[in-house]
Design a binder for this molecule. Structure first.
Ligand SMILES: Cc1ncc(COP(=O)(O)O)c(C=O)c1O
Length: 358
């Protein structure tokens, strides 16, 4: 019997940060770089309010949210595209730009979604080696060939938590062929405090060959609602809009996102909290002999080469104590885990458990 045959897709499947251990929900989830304090209460209120309008389709163009974003960041609303998470923007980019045999460059340890969508749309991935877990512009440039179509990078980078300075990013754009699309993922930009750093948006909002992405899943605490966005030159955003599913953001998500942006106080509370705890985490790790680099996001990459016990064993022991962190096997970062900053109680419990284990 001849049965329907799906296309062969040569990409790894995305494995999300765990919420379950041995099929039971864990109490403390520090595995997905979600916000520590959750969404603004104003966003939750708006979300609940929208539950009365569920029979209505959402605005397919998300006009209100685009307007609010444009006002806040001084942008052109026509050049904003909304996605069901920034994930979807990466997919739309790959769908619009990639053909079989094109090449995509990603840093060695970059967010895995870039390579998954690139492969789904037929491209070959070229990995640019990092230097001490930092993105190397020279190594990216050394991977460029005639076939290169897109370079993806996140700044700060996930899973390493490191940043590249503004000069380096500008140098990358200058040295790349003009018909290579540079995608700068600003997912964690709000947390960064460094004078050499500027977000992708600040650096490239007027560029004609860069798309910048941002998300409501991190600092705004709306990962469950799936809202992200992209900003780029008119022509490119027009191309993405052609392949965008019409109702890709649901009503409640659109309205909650609008309210969360307005709540500046909530945002600074989250930033303060995360900046404080990344330092505390860092100091605790150092005193335990766990190697780490100071992180610019809401998470730290930690290595266990210099302590007793492997990342694998420590992951299991933490999980048995109801704490989930992220394994780094899929990124091929040896003997390491990634941990997200949680709320006060979660962080204290994590540190005391880790201390007991080690
Ligand atoms: C660098 C980076 N970009 C984007 C995302 C995903 O964001 P979204 O939830 O908007 O799809 C993540 C999530 O972990 C991330 O680490």
């Amino acid at each position: 019997m001849n049965l329907p045959k799906p296309n062969k897709i040569n990409a790894e499947k995305y494995v999300a940060g765990l919420s379950l251990y041995k099929r039971k929900a864990v109490k403390i989830k520090l595995s997905a770089n979600e916000s520590a304090l959750g969404p603004s209460p104003k966003a939750i209120k708006e979300y609940n309010k929208e539950s009365k309008n569920l029979k209505r389709y959402p605005d397919s163009e998300g006009r209100l949210l685009r307007k609010v974003l444009a006002n806040k960041f001084k942008l052109d609303p026509k050049r904003i595209i909304l996605g069901s998470g920034s994930d979807q923007i990466f997919e739309l980019i790959c769908k619009s730009f990639l053909n079989k045999n094109d090449e995509v460059i990603v840093p060695e340890f970059s967010f895995i979604i870039y390579r998954i969508y690139s492969k789904i749309y037929g491209a070959k991935i070229k990995y640019a080696k990092e230097k001490n877990f930092k993105i190397s512009i020279d190594n990216i440039l050394s991977k460029v060939t005639k076939k290169t179509k897109i370079v993806f990078l996140a700044n700060p980078n996930n899973p390493t938590g490191t940043i590249i300075g503004k000069k380096e990013l500008l140098r990358l754009r200058k040295k790349l062929r003009s018909n290579i699309l540079l995608v700068v993922d600003d997912a964690y930009f709000e947390y960064v405090k460094d004078k050499n750093y500027l977000s992708g948006m600040k650096l490239f909002s007027n560029s004609n060959n860069v798309i910048i992405t941002r998300t409501f899943s991190k600092i705004y605490g709306l990962a469950g609602l799936r809202v992200g966005w992209g900003y780029g030159p008119k022509k490119l955003i027009y191309a993405l809009n052609k392949v965008k599913p019409p109702f890709n953001i649901n009503r409640a998500a659109l309205f909650a996102a609008v309210e969360s942006i307005k709540d500046i106080k909530w945002l600074s509370k989250e930033i303060k909290h995360v900046n404080k705890w990344t330092k505390i985490f860092y100091n605790n790790f150092k005193s335990l002999g766990i190697e780490t680099n100071s992180s610019y996001g809401n998470f730290l990459l930690i290595n266990f080469d210099k302590v007793k016990g492997s990342a694998k064993k420590i992951f299991l022991k933490l999980a048995k104590n109801g704490i989930l962190v992220r394994k780094m096997d899929v990124y091929n970062i040896k003997n390491s885990l990634r941990v997200t900053v949680g709320n006060n109680l979660e962080n204290k419990k994590f540190i005391s458990t880790l201390r007991k284990i080690i």
